[in-house]
Design a protein around this ligand. Structure first.
Ligand SMILES: [Zn+2]
Length: 426
């Protein structure tokens, strides 16, 4: 009995994983199955797993994978973003694969703006554990004006299959399951308290992790992953938590001085769905901090504000807050609202020099004219009187290490941060 072509197609991925030759597909056709006009491909792209990015894909006439990424849209504006990509290529070991990714026509403040450049990178893993960073080529065309004259808003890269599958991503992925593993590991430590402060718009729990003694003289608040693609913040938190729970002499000294509160993954819905920036309602969680957050549209910010107000009522207002992000610059963003902010600026100068002294940070702070109202940095300062900043980690290149970042580099940053905070609170 001849198996149906559909059934054969369905089995292909399994054969590939088992490393079986594709000869069977050809044999089925030659032994009498009715051929249709579209040849079966030797390459399959899998986008149906945690944090994988939604995208359409096809194999073009040259046998290249062409992936059309799906924009992440902001509500109430024309802004749209694609930075995140994460998928699995399945093909026989040894296959030479060329991938073209398109739709990097981001709209930012109602202008077309691509983040793609020759410095752009991708990461690849043949076992979903050990990743390496590789360079890409920017292709002309594909921009809003179309045609070859349009600036590069497509990328291309090539690789050889070293196993029957290859995981490809924009930055080394950190998924909700990675966070859950960390939470499970630290939950019973007597220096740790984990509080659920609310739920995301899709109902995922939002946790705040406390590390240290509640009555320590100073308090630090960190938020990571407000933007879904920016996994660097989560790796940094991993490194920080690892160090703070190492029980070594340095840490005993640190935790006498301060206690850390962390909202490790603000935009869980975006992470789950492999999106780039906004929450499930198209809300940018690093905007509109100048006003109270809407409970329905931005629950991730609303519950953080509720928690903050509760801390303030309990006389436990954070003394410093950092919102950790990824961008192509790597600066410490110091927003400068009107009013007397001399002491705030002096504190941020101190923070910057401590980061330079104790970590691989060399990029520096934003220039004296910089202001970005509505960011968590400025909102915490003006509304709650908390010294705060947005800390961007460059996801393309770490100047201080002269290399493209991988998780281990951000973990090493997190390992060094406790010493920075110790001296900041001196
Ligand atoms: Zn960001």
């Amino acid at each position: 009995m001849m198996k149906s072509r559909m059934h054969l197609m369905g089995l292909m991925a399994g054969w590939l994983l088992a490393g079986i030759s594709l000869g069977m597909d050809v044999r089925a056709q030659s032994s009498g199955e009715k051929a249709d006009s579209i040849a079966a491909s030797r390459i399959f792209v899998h986008t149906g797993f945690e944090n994988a990015s939604p995208m359409n894909w096809r194999i073009d006439s040259a046998g290249r994978v062409v992936g059309s990424l799906v924009y992440d849209h902001e509500r109430f504006s024309r802004n749209r973003a694609v930075n995140h990509f994460h998928f699995r290529v399945e093909a026989a070991t040894g296959t030479e694969v060329t991938v073209i990714l398109e739709n990097f026509d981001n709209i930012w403040n109602n202008r077309f703006a691509s983040d793609l450049s020759e410095r752009s990178r991708f990461v690849i893993s043949f076992d979903n554990q050990k990743w390496e960073s590789r360079s890409i080529q920017v292709l002309p065309g594909g921009g809003p004006s179309g045609g070859a004259a349009s600036p590069g808003r497509r990328m291309q890269f090539k690789f050889r299959m070293e196993a029957p599958f290859a995981y490809i991503a924009s930055v080394e992925p950190y998924r909700i399951s990675d966070l859950d593993k960390m939470l499970a590991k630290i939950r019973t430590n007597k220096l740790v308290g984990i509080t659920t402060i609310g739920k995301t718009s899709e109902g995922r729990s939002l946790e705040i992790i406390r590390i240290g003694h509640e009555n320590a003289p100073k308090r630090l608040f960190l938020r990571a992953r407000a933007h879904a693609f920016e996994a660097g913040g989560n790796w940094t938190v991993e490194g920080l938590v690892q160090k703070l729970l190492s029980n070594d002499d340095d840490v005993k000294r640190h935790l006498k001085r301060y206690c850390v509160y962390i909202l490790p993954m603000a935009n869980k819905d975006g992470v789950a769905r492999g999106k780039t920036r906004f929450n499930a309602n198209g809300y940018d969680l690093n905007r509109k901090w100048d006003k109270p957050a809407d409970e329905l549209i931005a629950p991730e910010n609303y519950y953080l504000e509720q928690w903050l107000q509760q801390m303030i009522r309990a006389n436990k207002k954070p003394d410093l807050a950092l919102d950790i992000h990824n961008d192509a610059g790597g600066n410490l963003h110091i927003s400068r609202p009107d009013g007397d902010i001399a002491d705030y600026l002096a504190s941020m100068d101190k923070l910057e020099s401590l980061l330079r002294k104790h970590t691989w940070f060399t990029e520096g702070a934003t220039k004296a004219s910089f202001r970005n109202p509505g960011t968590l940095g400025e909102g915490f300062l003006t509304r709650f009187g908390i010294y705060a900043a947005v800390y961007e980690l460059n996801y393309e290149w770490i100047k201080g290490l002269n290399k493209a970042p991988l998780a281990a580099d951000w973990i090493s940053l997190g390992n060094k941060l406790p010493e920075v905070f110790y001296h900041y609170f001196e």
